[in-house]
Design a protein around this ligand. Structure first.
Ligand code: GRF
Length: 199
């Protein structure tokens, strides 16, 4: 059995898709960490019986907030940490600490349209294909090694709302697939106590 930890800031539809996909398996979503008090993800977590922790960034430095996240993650012992709409740029130090365990989902075909508001930007750019990218997290913004991309041809008449809906359907279908595949792999090391994290 392996633990998944999820970091989210918003509505949490990907959090829910992941948690529901793991429920019938030997793996589990061990916890949700969220940084916005009103995150819908926290409401979903309560409904699904997943423990959650609100770790705000306001009123303190990113390093302090990340230290609190790391403390919580060390207790959760996740084999994998899925970012699911977590609207923070992680520091190189945090990324190095959790290297090989951090993955992210992004609603465009990277390397096109990294950053925020990607669906609208790919729609307005007239991209011929729209889609998603699931990737490992490195020290850049949406630049880590790609694990999977899925896309569909963009119809001329498609509205932005229809495109968004279709992209979210792809996310909910494929993020669980990738997470389950990675959890099943043995080569991801179990978390070890890490000296010097708080030095
Ligand atoms: C998704 O589109 C994801 O790709 C992006 O943020 C959005 C999160 O949506 N990183 P939700 O909170 O999971 O509903």
């Amino acid at each position: 059995m392996a633990n998944l930890a999820i970091l989210a800031s918003g509505g949490g539809s990907n959090f829910e898709a992941l948690t529901r996909a793991l429920a019938p398996t030997e793996h589990q979503t061990a916890g949700l960490i969220y940084d916005r008090k009103k995150a819908g993800a926290a409401v979903r977590a309560a409904g699904l019986g997943v423990p959650s922790w609100y770790i705000p960034y306001s009123g303190r430095s990113r390093e302090e907030a990340e230290a609190a996240i790391t403390d919580r993650l060390e207790k959760l012992s996740p084999r994998l940490i899925a970012l699911a709409g977590f609207m923070r740029i992680l520091s190189p130090r945090f990324v190095r600490r959790w290297q090989d365990r951090l993955i992210n989902i992004h609603p465009s075909l990277l390397p096109r349209h990294p950053g925020t508001d990607s669906i609208r930007r790919s729609y307005e750019a007239g991209d011929k294909r729209l889609g998603i990218t699931i990737h490992r997290v490195d020290e850049g913004v949406d630049t880590g090694p790609i694990l999977l991309q899925q896309s569909f041809p963009r119809r001329e008449a498609v509205s932005l709302e229809e495109a968004e809906k279709r992209i979210h359907q792809l996310e909910h279908r494929w993020y669980p697939e990738v997470v389950l595949r990675l959890l099943a792999e043995q080569e991801i090391p179990s978390p070890e106590p890490h000296q010097g994290v708080h030095s």
